[in-house]
Design a protein. Structure first.
Ligand code: NAI
Length: 796
């Protein structure tokens, strides 16, 4: 018998298993764990079944139904039927239901935690203390948004029927992140859980029914990727929300291009975990444990790339090895283990393949001396050192308990390494120097930055990525917008883009009346790139006709090379993002002032191209510049109240380099309505002006030259809209693209944008640009920014 002193030394302790009796009883109540879908408030008769296994033992747990096209259709129909009634309940009515769901989760928390652990293989400690409490918290938080909806989201309505597809790593939590905001917004839902982990979703559906949720508001269809595909392809959904791999996210982006549905994608990551040499190394070690060994590293925001300042790398790696040696892996139901099982043999194989690739590439691998259980799916905590930044294990998401460690010398190098990835979900920064942490945080391209902490989540703080980690946010106010649309859009007419007139030749002897008002000197058509008027690379120009069809001028015919130059100029001007809101406002006012000075000239130019309304359009444009000058220093972020000792700063950051494809109508106002919010928020832009009426854009060059706008912030390339747009949509260094034009063009933009997961905003319905309630404001600012949440705990 060991003495207490021995035990202190070895820290050995026996098993402390959580019982699974109540879960077994629940399964037995459902025909020994045989499930149909949950549609229209009832479980359907089971169809073609597939087995769900316990990853820790490989033993069968339940059998669920593979959803067919017809099942998906039945679920979407049920959700559609329930929609009007759910919306008619109003915010307070829905708040009562969401509150009831939160209570139901709390009441059955242990059942859900054990079921999740059996189904997923993650430790009971995590499901009990993290997953399920966060699920309840999400429903409570969104009961609040339902209650406040009318006041806080005036003019917005629920988007309608939502298709939601979730992964297996946080099954019930991902359900909560998707279902709670949808229901709060007045939407109804068809959710497809992952094929490995469908059970808590089915259990939740049953609890929701018991809690009185009306039939059809929440429908669960189980199945694999084929069922997911059927949901994506269903014509009856208005919004699709997906969490999973970047690969499938791109497939979904392409499949939904041009459908006009809202889309949010929460995808993979390869998040940096940056340790500066003044960090508290013991805290760092515990941070690493939570970053990469939490949920066996099967976490989209796992801190899987350890970046350590050179001088402390050896010391930290030594401490990590010691800690890894002490990690306990085993039965997930054991309350005292640190790591459970990997979800499935397929995933285990994927991890092994990548680890083998790392070894083959010459990196040094380290694993603890103990071995993992032989039955079930287990993989030991693993540390790679001596890796090169370009190697596979540094670039690819491993989605397992595998950490790669690299060193850096300076903060600038740390930022460069951190951003050297197509992903941008999360990052952690460890230093005792708050100035350094807050200097580095805005420079990292990720949707979340945890300072001296990691893997903190809360319903009040939006979660979501930059770059190829997807777009859209879950949680917080910004998460609610993912399920809302401006109410006026329901009645908006489709945009009709009449064919361009074929103008009579410029020098054919006809001079239109409006052209007679123009300066007599012929001007060489130019583009505006990097603050200079430049000739189009191809040397070609295209004629422009007036409202009466007679030629009134020419513009440069931009090509790929011009766009490449424009993008390069926009990228070179990224210092614009760091200028103050006040400085950007001053420049927008100056633009307005200079436009006003030449107002009559612009008005007659517009009249000549559109047939009238020029003076009013100029006035609206000046007012619009004023609006965004006003906003430039007022579109603040927020300080969220999250349940930690600390603050979470939600910062509105610019998207980066944006392409703006302007509406055909309102050649000046349309252009200003897109450019002004984009640059007010710190973006740099490449603008394709109205193809029909481009001359106001070329007239603007001189206004730009006299308004102190730094070179490269606004680049204008005239020419044929569709090919120019395609080039920009395909360009990997363009971060976002707005397109106001016909549906075919919008479809092409959305499809091409999938390559680098650009943020897109496409619209092919009529918008009254002269109406300030529709043509300007927060909607534009939201699209011009992305939210970064910086978590800063405090206290010693
Ligand atoms: P996945 O992306 O294939 O699956 C996620 C969900 O999408 C599941 O519900 C699945 O049934 C569904 N799905 C699959 N193909 C679909 C399609 N074509 N259309 C619609 N729905 C579809 O992820 P998987 O295969 O389970 O894991 C593969 C890798 O993806 C992992 O190794 C990991 O690297 C990454 N992953 C990342 C996650 C994240 O949260 N970032 C979550 C899960 C996986």
């Amino acid at each position: 018998m060991p003495s207490v002193a021995d035990l202190f030394e070895t820290m050995d302790y026996g098993p402390a298993p959580e019982g699974d009796g109540p879960v077994r009883a629940w399964l037995d109540r459902h025909q020994q764990g045989t499930f149909g879908h949950f549609i229209g408030g009832t479980f359907t008769t089971a169809g073609t079944l597939f087995e769900v296994r316990n990853p820790a033992t490989s033993a069968p747990l339940a059998r669920v139904t593979q959803g067919t096209d017809a099942d998906v259709d039945a679920a979407v129909t049920a959700a559609r039927l329930a929609l009007a009634g759910w919306q008619a309940l109003g915010g307070h009515g829905r708040a009562r239901h969401l509150y009831a769901l939160a209570r139901a989760v709390q009441k059955h928390a242990r059942l859900l935690a054990v079921l999740e652990t059996l189904d997923n293989g993650k430790p009971i400690r995590e499901t009990r203390d993290i997953d399920i409490p966060l699920v309840a918290r999400h429903f409570y938080h969104h009961a609040g948004w339902a209650q406040l909806l009318d006041a806080e989201f005036a003019g917005y309505s629920g988007v309608g029927v939502c298709g939601q597809i979730i992964p297996w790593n946080f099954p019930l939590l991902m359900l909560a992140w998707k279902v709670a905001p949808a229901l709060a917004a007045g939407c109804t839902v068809v959710l497809k859980p992952a094929e490995f982990t469908p059970l808590t979703a089915l259990c939740f559906a049953e609890l929701a029914r018991e809690a009185g949720l009306p039939a059809g508001v929440l429908n669960i269809v189980t199945g694999d990727g084929e069922t997911g595909k059927a949901l994506v392809a269903h014509a009856g959904i208005d919004k699709l929300a997906f969490t999973g791999s970047t690969e499938v996210g791109k497939v979904i982006r392409r499949a939904t291009a041009g459908l006009g549905i809202k889309l949010s994608l929460e995808l993979g990551g390869k998040s940096p975990f940056i340790v500066f040499d003044d960090a508290d190394l013991d805290s760092v070690v515990e941070g690493v444990v939570d970053a990469i060994w939490f949920n066996q590293g099967q976490v989209c925001c796992a801190g899987s790339r350890l970046l350590v300042q050179e001088g402390i790398a050896d010391a930290l790696e030594e401490k990590l090895r010691t800690r890894m040696e002490r990690l306990r892996i085993g039965s997930p139901l054991d309350k005292s283990i640190d790591m459970g099982a990997i979800i499935d043999p397929v995933q285990l194989q994927r991890i092994r393949t990548l680890v083998d690739a790392g070894i083959a590439e010459g990196a040094q691998v380290w694993q603890p001396t103990w071995s993992v259980p032989e039955s079930g799916c287990f993989f030991p905590p693993t540390l790679f050192t001596g890796v090169s930044p370009a190697s596979r294990i540094v670039q690819e998401e491993i989605f397992g308990p595998v950490l790669v460690s690299m060193t850096f010398r300076t903060p600038a190098e740390a930022v460069e390494l951190a951003n050297n990835t197509p992903y941008g979900l999360a990052s952690s920064v460890w230093t005792e120097n708050i100035n350094l942490a807050l200097d580095v945080a805005p420079k990292i391209k990720s949707g979340i930055v945890w300072v001296n902490s990691t893997n903190l989540f809360d319903a009040a703080a939006g979660f979501g990525g930059y770059k190829e980690s997807g777009f859209g946010r879950e949680g917080g106010r910004e998460g609610m917008y993912e399920y809302l649309v401006a109410s006026w859009k329901a009645g908006a007419a489709a945009l009709v883009d009449a064919p361009l007139p074929v103008p009579a030749a410029h020098d054919d002897g006809h001079t239109s009346q409006s052209a007679a008002a123009l300066p007599p000197i012929d001007r060489t058509p130019k583009l505006y790139i990097g603050g200079k008027q430049v000739r189009p690379d191809g040397g070609y120009s295209v004629p422009v006709s007036g409202a009466d069809g007679v030629a009134i001028g020419e513009v440069g015919d931009g090509n790929r090379k011009d766009l490449r130059n424009a993008v390069a100029a926009a990228l070179a001007a990224k210092g614009w993002a760091r200028t103050t809101g006040h400085a950007r406002a001053q420049i927008l006012y100056f633009l307005a002032e200079n436009l006003a000075v030449r107002g009559t000239e612009f008005a007659s130019r517009i009249d000549s191209m559109t047939g009238g309304g020029g003076a009013a359009e100029v006035e609206h444009s000046i007012a619009r510049l004023f609006t965004y000058a006003a906003w430039a220093d007022k579109y603040d972020g927020a300080v969220h109240s999250v349940p930690i000792r600390g603050v979470t700063l939600a910062m509105n950051e610019p998207i980066g380099c944006m392409a703006l494809v302007c509406p055909t109508s309102h050649p000046l106002l349309g252009l200003i309505s897109l450019v002004a919010p984009a640059i007010a928020m710190g973006n740099t832009t490449i603008v394709i002006p109205s193809e029909r009426c481009p001359l106001v854009a070329t007239d603007l060059y001189q206004v730009l030259d006299t308004s102190d706008l730094p070179a490269g912030v606004l680049n204008i390339v005239t020419g044929a809209r569709d090919p120019l747009t395609r080039t920009l949509a395909e360009h990997d260094e363009v971060d976002g693209i707005w397109y106001f034009g016909p549906r075919a063009g919008a479809t092409a933009v959305e499809r091409a944008s999938a390559d680098n997961m650009k943020r897109t905003w496409t619209e092919w319905t009529e918008r009254d640009w002269t109406n300030a309630a529709r043509g300007e404001g927060r909607e534009f600012l939201r699209h011009a920014t992305q939210v970064k949440n910086i978590w800063i705990p405090y206290g010693e």
